[in-house]
Design a protein around this ligand. Structure first.
Ligand SMILES: Cc1cc2nc3c(=O)[nH]c(=O)nc-3n(C[C@H](O)[C@H](O)[C@H](O)COP(=O)(O)OP(=O)(O)OC[C@H]3O[C@@H](n4cnc5c(N)ncnc54)[C@H](O)[C@@H]3O)c2cc1C
Ligand code: SF4
Ligand code: SF4
Ligand code: SF4
Length: 498
């Protein structure tokens, strides 16, 4: 659920407390920067005056909720996020959990991390061995703040790019209210002359501060979900393949992403889908808005170079309902948007998120380099690229296929993918990848009730055939193992603040 102004309900709060909290909320630097830049924002023309006030209302409501939460935490010992959500009855638990993380970033709340070591039995090379594992426990407590405390100021996201951790998802560029940010697959530029220093881009950037603990706690609140430390919360896992020959011609694995997209568009469940197609440079992904099934098949198949898909979402504002297909970092970015409910119109329109599994992506130059240096093949002759069974494989128009061990191509991958811990798109409604399923089939994870419902409808419509992943080899054990390795090897993000 996206927090927007009409969803915030202050019914349980006394008028006096509400007035005090609102008064404090409007002192927030983001709200002031946004309000004071009204003329600049309207001049740029991205939002109408009505939309401007809708965003402002949402910002004030969310900040008021946070200020009220501070009162509830006063004098409390360090608590787990779930415990805080139980104490605070006035607001939805999901909001409370996200608010705590945001308040931590604003400087009000301290995170206490307790590390415990436990002994577990693990099978290593066929032998059962005792292994020590660390467990981390995160608790949160209001800081003892000095009278002259000033809320932390959020820098524009150039700080993320300059620290070389930007995943180039493009989300900040869509969210920026004055179109100051330009993001491509390799670059990010901010026009300082028009930036109004609202810090909104920083709030929603998946690489500015982590919301991992919030995500896990929110998942744990939903008792209908199964939970795995490796692939996160889910309803069910499946293996599936398209039944349509036309989709088989363009698909990467089971053609499930294209099939779900076709179902959503054909049944008017969404007006448009944000995906990627080949650009004029072959194998270079070009983000596109697809509003007609006949153009959907152009998006089939994996392009291993990264694209800034989310940079075009604001262009889809004219569509009331959209679905977004993207890599885990993009799903993470959209989820992060819920942390700061800016009420931007296109955000509310995102109805479905289809996430792709992703171990890493490559800069376009990297893909060119690896095809030339590892395979010495003409780019135009390649019909498909794939990562499977520990190999990077290319398929040629002659019908031949060639492969090299994955470790030979790792050095061509993007540096900033090393800061990514998510293989299976934790924050999608439905996640799709190949690991765990046989060739021509996709592994599917339904993440929530909405994802499960749509998936079942796509089966019922006869567009895909589906089995439980537990009935398939190598199945979920392999998926969990690889997802766990990605989490373990992920580098921590440190922003280089000036
Ligand atoms: C960069 C990248 C790395 C991946 N790594 C792995 C991996 O390590 N293990 C694994 O199991 N699966 C991985 N996948 C997912 C896998 O390649 C398939 O995309 C997935 O199994 C869906 O297959 P499908 O046949 O259902 O999709 P299709 O029906 O063929 O549809 C493919 C969809 O992917 C989208 N797409 C293609 N390229 C990109 C891109 N660069 N950025 C954003 N969207 C894109 C298209 O818009 C289209 O909607 C990766 C995908 C990408 C994009
Ligand atoms: S939102 Fe995406 S593109 Fe923008 S700085 Fe953050 S990671 Fe980079
Ligand atoms: S670049 Fe960031 S801080 Fe500057 S106006 Fe855009 S969203 Fe606000
Ligand atoms: S590895 Fe992570 S950061 Fe890199 S493209 Fe995939 S999801 Fe994005």
């Amino acid at each position: 659920m996206v927090q927007i102004s009409k969803n915030v309900n202050f019914n349980g709060v006394s008028p006096r407390n509400l007035m005090d909290a609102t008064y404090k909320a409007v002192e927030n630097f983001q709200i002031r920067a946004f309000f004071e830049a009204k003329n600049e924002i309207l001049k740029i023309g991205k939002y109408s005056e009505e939309e401007f006030y809708e965003i402002l209302d949402a910002m004030i409501d969310a900040e008021t909720e946070r200020k009220l939460l501070l009162e509830s935490l006063s004098g409390k010992e360090p608590l787990f996020l779930e415990e805080i959500a139980k104490i605070v009855k006035e607001f939805p638990s999901e909001n409370v959990i996200r608010d705590v993380i945001y308040l931590k970033e604003q400087g009000y709340i301290e995170e206490h991390i307790e590390i415990k070591t436990k002994t577990v039995i693990k099978k290593i090379k066929g032998e059962e061995k005792e292994v020590e594992e660390k467990e981390y426990f995160y608790r949160y407590q209001l800081k003892d703040l000095p009278d002259d405390f000033i809320e932390h100021f959020f820098e524009p996201v150039s700080i993320v790019f300059d620290s070389e951790v930007c995943c180039q998802c493009g989300w900040c560029s869509s969210v920026c209210v004055v179109n100051a940010i330009s993001v491509t697959a390799d670059t990010l530029e901010i026009d300082d002359d028009i930036c109004v220093k609202c810090g909104l881009c920083y709030s929603v950037c998946p690489r500015s501060f982590s919301m991992e603990q919030a995500g896990k706690s929110i998942n744990k609140l939903d008792k209908s979900l199964k939970f795995s430390e490796k692939i996160n919360g889910y309803i069910n896992t499946y293996s599936a393949s398209t039944t349509k020959d036309d989709i088989k011609k363009v698909r990467q694995d089971g053609g499930i992403v294209t099939s779900i997209g076709e179902y959503l568009l054909a049944n008017n469940l969404v007006d448009a889908i944000i995906a990627v197609q080949h650009s004029t440079d072959l194998w270079k992904p070009e983000p596109v808005i697809i509003d007609d099934v006949k153009n959907l098949y152009k998006t089939g198949g994996t392009k291993y170079a990264n694209g800034s898909t989310l940079a075009i979402i604001d262009e889809a504002k004219k569509y009331d309902t959209i679905a977004v297909v993207g890599t885990p970092c993009m799903m993470n970015a959209i989820e992060k948007g819920k942390l700061f409910p800016s009420g931007v119109p296109f955000f509310k329109n995102i109805k479905y998120k289809i996430g792709l599994f992703c171990m890493e992506s490559f800069p376009y130059e990297g893909v060119l380099g690896l095809i030339k240096e590892q395979f010495n093949q003409d780019f135009n002759k390649i019909t498909k690229m794939d990562i499977s069974g520990g190999k990077f494989i290319i398929y040629l128009d002659s019908g031949e296929d060639l492969n090299v061990p994955l470790k030979e191509v790792k050095s061509y991958a993007r540096h900033n993918c090393h800061y990514c811990e998510d293989l299976t798109a934790d924050y999608a409604d439905i996640s799709v990848g190949s690991i765990g399923s046989p060739s021509g089939w996709s592994t599917v994870i339904t993440r929530n009730k909405k994802g499960e419902k749509i998936y079942k409808e796509v089966i019922k419509a006869g567009l895909i055939e589906s089995k439980n992943l537990k009935d398939v080899k190598p199945g979920q054990p392999l998926l969990e193992r690889i997802a766990g390795t990605k989490r373990k090897n992920c580098k921590p993000i440190k922003l280089e603040k000036e």
